[in-house]
Ligand binder design. Structure first.
Ligand SMILES: NC(=O)c1ccc[n+]([C@@H]2O[C@H](COP(=O)([O-])OP(=O)(O)OC[C@H]3O[C@@H](n4cnc5c(N)ncnc54)[C@H](OP(=O)(O)O)[C@@H]3O)[C@@H](O)[C@H]2O)c1
Length: 142
């Protein structure tokens, strides 16, 4: 794996995206995309934009995180939280770049009485949780 010098951050206006963009400005060369600059739901735009840029690491901070909205917008939730990340993973693989994709505690049902670890079996209870789990599975498959 090559040394990380240039980073792409997607979802740069979200809580995690803002923090990481600020944190990584100094040691790395960061190109940050807010939703109005790169829409994860527009798969063709994502591919054409990213194919023109060289980078070592892509951090996906974009997600449809409004749990109630996801409940009534299932297709959109799966597009942004699963299909988009799958495309990002494919693009990163083609470029031999690394990808950081962020999970959520929502993939678990909360019934376990010990702290969760990543390997615990997921049990999503909402559309948001299902779509996030699908995103994990898709990126891991890629
Ligand atoms: N915060 C938490 O407590 C928490 C806990 C567990 C996991 N996570 C995970 O951490 C990651 C970041 O979450 P966050 O808390 O930073 O969420 P957030 O504040 O809601 O930020 C998500 C960002 O994604 C953007 N976005 C939504 N749809 C998009 C699209 N189609 N194309 C491009 N960008 C889009 C949003 O843009 P707009 O603002 O324009 O809508 C927003 O800036 C997510 O994967 C989330 O599941 C967060």
């Amino acid at each position: 794996m090559k040394k990380v010098r240039s980073i792409i951050i997607i979802g740069a206006n979200g809580r995690v995206g803002v923090a990481l963009t600020r944190e990584y400005q100094r040691p790395f060369s960061v190109k940050a995309f807010a939703r109005n600059q790169l829409d994860l739901g527009k798969l063709d735009q994502v591919r054409s934009t990213l194919s023109e840029i060289e980078f070592d690491l892509l951090i996906n901070c974009a997600a449809l995180t409004n749990v109630d909205y996801c409940e009534s917008h299932r297709d959109e939730a799966f597009l942004i939280n699963a299909q988009g990340p799958r495309l990002l993973a494919d693009i990163c693989a083609e470029k031999s770049a690394r990808l950081i994709h962020i999970s959520t505690d929502y993939v678990f049902d909360g019934k376990q009485d010990t702290p969760y670890i990543e390997e615990d079996p997921p049990a999503p209870l909402s559309v948001y949780a299902e779509s996030k789990l699908a995103g994990e599975e898709e990126t891991l498959r890629a």
